[in-house]
Design a protein around this ligand. Structure first.
Ligand SMILES: *[C@@H]1O[C@H](CO)[C@@H](O)[C@H](O)[C@H]1NC(C)=O
Ligand SMILES: *[C@@H]1O[C@H](CO)[C@@H](O)[C@H](O)[C@H]1NC(C)=O
Length: 180
């Protein structure tokens, strides 16, 4: 990965995160950089007590297998990105919410939340009617926290592992990422 390019993009992102002048691919690129394995291993595992878990809804776990399955049901790529975005930002928010401000991962998760927000603005031009019913229903479920009582304990790192893997599946082709 071109570190210099990423650094420049990062500075740009910090400057324009409010106005969202960056496109989907630039934002996705920044997110991918921030989510890279070594970084999320440190922030989401090493800085947490051994075996630490957060409670999430079943629908908040989005794995590559879910995507394969939804693609097979001819769900559009845009709808899949939309779903990934909602699931991932919710997951990061759940982790961020349990951290005190002095925790070493607080700022990391806050920056991830800001990037997801900025990317979310790019998708706000799509309405729920633009996405397939199956995805619209999933997104509704994700935001109706408490409606579904069945919860699952997940390691913070596992949430970000899935987030990164799915992201690579969804953005590699449209953003011309080299395969990793
Ligand atoms: C992904 O699949 C698992 C089961 O393999 C399921 O529990 C989960 O709800 C699915 N996630 C979404 C967002 O559909
Ligand atoms: C895709 O869907 C068809 C039927 O709709 C099914 O037979 C096939 O096994 C599915 N493939 C995968 C990879 O899920």
């Amino acid at each position: 990965m071109q570190q210099g390019y990423v650094a420049v993009l990062w500075v740009l992102a910090v400057l324009v995160v409010e106005t969202t002048a960056l496109g989907e691919c630039e934002l996705a690129h920044l997110l991918q950089h921030k989510l890279q394995y070594e970084m999320h291993l440190q922030y989401m595992k090493h800085y947490f007590p051994i075996g630490y878990t957060v409670q999430v809804q079943y629908k908040e776990v989005l794995r590559p297998s879910n995507i394969t399955c939804l693609r097979n049901r001819t769900v559009s790529e845009m709808a899949l990105q939309y779903l990934w975005l909602h699931v991932s930002s919710q997951a990061v928010l759940r982790i961020h919410e349990v951290l005190p401000e002095k925790h070493p991962s607080w700022k990391y998760t806050q920056e991830l939340c800001q990037l997801f927000d900025a990317l979310g603005k790019e998708y706000s031009k799509y309405w729920q009617t633009d996405v397939e019913v199956v995805v619209a229903d999933l997104v509704k479920l994700i935001h109706s926290a408490g409606m579904e009582s069945r919860r699952k304990a997940v390691h913070p790192k596992a949430l970000l592992d899935n987030c990164l893997k799915v992201m690579r599946m969804l953005y590699r082709a449209p953003c011309w990422w080299e395969s990793t």
